[in-house]
Design a protein around this ligand. Structure first.
Ligand SMILES: [Zn+2]
Ligand SMILES: [Zn+2]
Length: 200
């Protein structure tokens, strides 16, 4: 009897795991990218790496400009949930297999955190360039590459969360949690084998 129960639990467990994985397989059909206010980055440069990670269409759409509504005078920072709320209104369709990524050039925060690089909520994601810049003015190609790489990794990471992926303990995996920019610079723009398997 005990053995039967064991196999039953194993069976149920596998069904559960399969259904979780099945939910994630090839779910994304389209990712929309949008600038929130003015940003110091050409969004088109993000497209190849995002396409490489998610194998879906990526389209740039006009954003919303009134980023100041999320400004907190005391903190001199911008409240990420409020921007996410605005971004949700932009999603062209309510389809489950599309995502929207907003890129903002302001310093973001959320309750209980000093700052955030990015945040995901439902099908929407916000990523800030503010702390990714190696210097105030991006003049050289090297500086732009650093900014671009950090942004791409964070966008792919946050999109992973919208698909149900959690943090990975492989430091090279894009789903590794970045405590500081050194973590972001060290990781790749791609998923590790273990995370990749959850897609197909
Ligand atoms: Zn994360
Ligand atoms: Zn991983």
């Amino acid at each position: 009897m005990r053995i039967k129960i064991f196999w039953f639990i194993l069976f149920i467990n596998n069904i559960f795991l399969l259904s979780v994985e099945a939910k994630m397989i090839n779910r994304l059909e389209k990712i929309y990218l949008t600038a929130v206010g003015d940003i110091a980055l050409d969004l088109r440069k993000l497209i190849p790496s995002i396409k490489n990670a998610y194998h879906c269409e990526v389209e740039i759409i006009p954003g919303f400009r009134e980023v100041e509504i999320a400004y907190n005078k005391k903190r001199k920072q911008y409240y990420a949930p409020q921007i996410l709320q605005e971004l949700e209104k932009l999603v062209p369709s309510k389809e489950q297999n599309t995502r929207l990524v907003g890129i903002v050039d302001q310093d973001l925060y959320d309750e209980g955190l000093n700052f955030i690089f990015g945040e995901a909520r439902g099908n929407t994601t916000i990523v800030s360039l503010w702390r990714f810049k190696p210097c105030t003015e991006i003049d050289t190609q090297e500086e732009e590459k650093i900014l671009l790489d950090r942004t791409i990794k964070t966008v792919i990471h946050e999109l992973g969360h919208t698909l149900g992926l959690g943090h990975c303990n492989n430091r090279k995996c894009v789903m590794f949690f970045s405590n500081w920019l050194g973590d972001t610079d060290y990781k790749e723009k791609t998923f590790c084998e273990k995370c990749q398997k959850k897609f197909r």
